[in-house]
Design a protein around this ligand. Structure first.
Ligand code: QAP
Ligand code: CO
Length: 166
């Protein structure tokens, strides 16, 4: 296992659109393990392959209190959405920034699990927010893109300064 380097906003590679996973093999299992380790070490509740510069449709999430309930989503697709909710989101690629975003309240997502088996999941609340946030990463979208251009530019400037300090 290994922790991976997370790309920081405004890295242009965060806007890459991820390709579907063709086969859930050992290489994918390795990446799942490394992404989970990276997310738990941060600590975070969600990480998309895009954020570790791997442009395939793979997400790890653990929004449980105990941080002991790993959810792996491969080639995820939201098939039903309803309602709206506002949630103050953060992102491992935008450290130190938290802003309100409006998303669907309830979703149904179809995906492959770590064994490559198709499953369907109904989610609401924080888990639903997290799945939508991470699927956006696979589409090349970062949550700050939902904010006003003024707010987004302030965040961009702050991040560029912050990234220089590292
Ligand atoms: C996405 O985000 C998310 O700024 C996952 O300094 C967030 O794990 C979905 C983190 C909120 C729904 C609600 C952020 C860690 C972690 C930071 C994360 C930071 C350290 C963010
Ligand atoms: Co994120």
């Amino acid at each position: 296992m290994a922790t991976l380097t997370i790309l920081n906003y405004p890295d242009p590679r965060l806007h890459t659109v991820a390709k579907p996973v063709q086969e859930v093999n050992d290489e994918i299992h390795q990446l799942v393990n490394d992404m989970a380790e990276t997310m738990y070490a941060a600590p975070g509740i969600g990480l998309a392959a895009t954020q570790v510069n791997r442009h395939i449709q793979l997400i790890v999430i653990d929004s449980s209190k105990e941080q002991n309930d790993l959810l792996v989503l491969i080639n995820p697709k939201i098939v039903v959405k309803s309602g709206t909710q506002d949630y103050e989101e953060g992102c491992l690629s935008v450290p130190g920034v938290y802003e309100m975003v409006t998303r669907a309240e309830k979703i149904t997502v179809e995906a492959l699990d770590k064994q490559g088996k198709k499953f369907k999941l109904n989610a609401e609340g924080l888990l639903a927010v997290c799945i939508q946030h991470e699927i956006d990463h696979l589409l090349g979208k970062v949550f700050v893109e939902y904010l006003s251009p003024l707010k987004r530019n302030r965040i961009k400037t702050k991040m560029i300064k912050q990234n220089r300090q590292k």
